[in-house]
Design a protein around this ligand. Structure first.
Ligand code: NCD
Ligand code: ZN
Ligand code: ZN
Length: 348
């Protein structure tokens, strides 16, 4: 008999800096997945109706905590949904609450539940000035919504039309460019000065846009911003694995019922909460940079948000397992990314 030691990797317990938990029965299905993988998560406010006030964020936080299975440790870090009408006073209330950690910009019409988002950032300057003053980060879905702009260019154009002018006007505002998908965004963040960071999803590290159309249309790989060309995926891998603390983990795990994705007009979002760390480990291993996973997943995010890293550790082992093809989602089902596929790493 030969004895072999299974390769393993032990790192500081990670956090998810961009997560959709939804609400009610759907939340009850997905929350245990995230709480198993992560100690904390920045919880997105794009509910129906959106989480626009500190009072709504407090109530949502309570619903999350009361939905957490006994014995699980998890801290939801709440966010507010920025609108054209968000008042500077609301920002100060949010900051004083201690439970709101960021404010999210959804350009109106850019993505799921963004209809009540911002029509023009010029309407938000009072709120943004207050955020700059109290050190409240602005998280942005960084795509323009101009229908004249090609869908694959909407992120790059957002940098020129929205991000650069905003940073000129409010140079001390903390900003996270969420779920970046292009070489241009990675380059812009890497070259910038001041408090600008970016989150990167596992699916944008693992897939390019060809895979959406591999043998037919694959709705479970459709998310926003949409997957881009291979050269962009490679730039994201280089950014994530490069050790630069401006880049950190944000799954953007976005559950939608299977029937809502496998439809004539399918919803955008990939579900990765079940196996997020396994997916990131896969991407980092392919890049030969598993040694940089801890910084990306567990250290850079807390540094940017001014929070301590988690005290505990987690271990990943190189032990193949098959991702379930479907999972329960309330009274429906969700198809996880890579459902039915085998992954090399397993979180124990
Ligand atoms: C997200 C969702 O479903 O809430 N979808 C997505 O494709 N990423 C919204 C978002 O993060 O843009
Ligand atoms: Zn988004
Ligand atoms: Zn998202």
């Amino acid at each position: 008999m030969t004895s072999t030691t299974i390769p393993s990797l032990t790192i500081t317990r990670p956090d998810d800096w961009h997560l959709h938990l939804r609400d009610e029965a759907v939340m009850a299905s997905v929350l245990p997945h995230t709480a198993r993988q992560f100690a904390r998560a920045i919880v997105m406010p794009n509910l129906k109706p959106p989480v626009t006030t500190t009072a709504l964020a407090q109530a949502y936080r309570q619903r999350i905590l009361s939905c957490l299975p006994a014995g699980m440790q998890f801290e939801p870090l709440m966010t507010l949904y920025l609108t054209d009408n968000t008042a500077a006073d609301e920002i100060r209330r949010a900051s004083d609450s201690g439970i709101v950690h960021a404010v999210k910009l959804y350009p109106a019409g850019a993505t799921t539940n963004s209809d009540l988002g911002v029509s023009d950032l010029k309407h938000c300057y009072k709120a943004l000035e207050a955020m700059q003053q109290v050190g409240m980060p602005l998280l942005m879905h960084g795509e323009v919504t101009d229908p004249e702009i090609d869908i694959f260019d909407r992120e790059a154009v957002f940098i020129e039309r929205v991000l650069q002018p905003l940073r000129r006007d409010l140079p001390a505002l903390k900003i996270v460019f969420e779920h970046i998908t292009t070489r241009e965004a990675a380059q812009y963040v890497a070259d910038s000065e001041g408090a600008l960071a970016a989150t990167i999803t596992a699916h944008h590290l693992l897939y390019n846009r060809n895979q959406i159309f591999n043998g037919g249309i694959r709705p479970h790989l459709y998310c926003l911003p949409v997957l881009k060309r291979e050269q962009h995926r490679q730039a994201l891998v280089a950014a994530a694995t490069g050790g630069n603390p401006r880049f950190f983990l944000g799954t953007d795990s976005a559950p939608h019922a299977r029937h809502a994705k496998e439809a004539a007009c399918g919803c955008a979002g990939c579900y990765t909460a079940l196996h997020a760390m396994e997916l990131y480990a896969e991407a980092f291993e392919r890049a030969g940079r598993l040694d940089r996973l801890e910084g990306f997943a567990s250290l850079h995010g807390p540094l940017f948000y001014g929070l301590p890293p988690n005290a505990g550790k987690v271990t990943l082992v190189r032990q193949p397992w098959t991702v379930p093809s479907t999972l329960a989602l309330g009274d429906s089902q969700v198809v996880p990314l890579d459902g039915g596929e085998t992954l090399a790493w397993k979180l124990v």
